[in-house]
Write a protein that binds this ligand. Structure first.
Ligand code: MN
Length: 241
């Protein structure tokens, strides 16, 4: 498959990814998904401003890494697209980003309890997940929204080399080397948060060690079939719904 064909497949997957993440309760009427262009890695694809469940192929737009649309044709764009632009700028290894307000994760952004891996399927979290504090960049007079380039750049800096960054009192951003992996990670970030919250209510939590997480992640991500299985299941669940 050449780069043009890969971009076409990624754009189709982008529509499906929006629907899966909405169906799985990761995205509600808000949040967005992006995928970097293979043809031009200095650009990425994302829907026009729309509820993710409603996204259709004609909604997919192309942006440069400053968040400028290349062919807007009157379509409204997401206000928080600099989350995506600045992460793509900072992380050459990242080819897909999910920004969501998935609800079980938010408590870990507003307390001293760090989100960290409690189950093997969330091994990609690896270590306590960093939390972005917008007050550190914009002071008390902030809107919680990541709509300014320098704030997006600060978010990307807090993300560092992690797969996930939390945004205090707001949501999170999940990154991966490809779109389907980003969808997988967004779903399992929410699941890990739910399991960790349950475990914390029962008592002291025995977290995965970094070594365990690294080992499982290598085993899991070493086979494309491991990612295809949940993706195909989520697509089937959409078809049935
Ligand atoms: Mn948001």
């Amino acid at each position: 498959m050449d780069a043009v064909q890969q971009d076409e497949l990624n754009k189709q997957d982008l529509v499906t990814a929006n629907h899966i993440l909405a169906h799985q309760g990761i995205l509600d009427a808000f949040g967005h998904v992006s995928v970097r262009s293979v043809v031009n890695p200095g650009r990425y694809f994302m829907s026009r401003s729309s509820a993710p469940a409603m996204v259709a192929p004609d909604d997919v737009m192309e942006f440069d890494l400053d968040g400028n649309p290349l062919d807007a044709r009157g379509r409204k764009v997401y206000a928080e697209r600099c989350i995506h632009s600045e992460i793509f700028k900072a992380r050459a290894d990242v080819n897909a980003v999910v920004h969501s307000h998935s609800p079980m994760v938010i408590p870990f952004s507003v307390t001293q309890t760090a989100l960290q891996p409690v189950c093997h399927m969330a091994s990609f979290l690896r270590k306590p997940v960093p939390v972005f504090e917008i007050r550190d960049v914009e002071g008390d007079n902030n809107s919680l929204l990541i709509v300014k380039g320098p704030t997006g750049a600060a978010l990307a800096k807090t993300l560092g080399d992690s797969s996930v960054v939390l945004m205090r009192g707001h949501g999170n951003a999940v990154v991966a080397g490809n779109l389907r992996m980003a969808v997988f990670r967004a779903i399992y970030t929410e699941l890990n948060a739910r399991i960790q919250s349950d475990a914390l209510r029962l008592g002291k939590v025995n977290y995965l060690t970094l070594q365990e997480a690294v080992n499982f992640q290598a085993a899991f991500e070493g086979s494309d079939a491991n990612l295809l299985r949940p993706w195909e299941m989520w697509v089937r669940e959409l078809e049935k719904a």
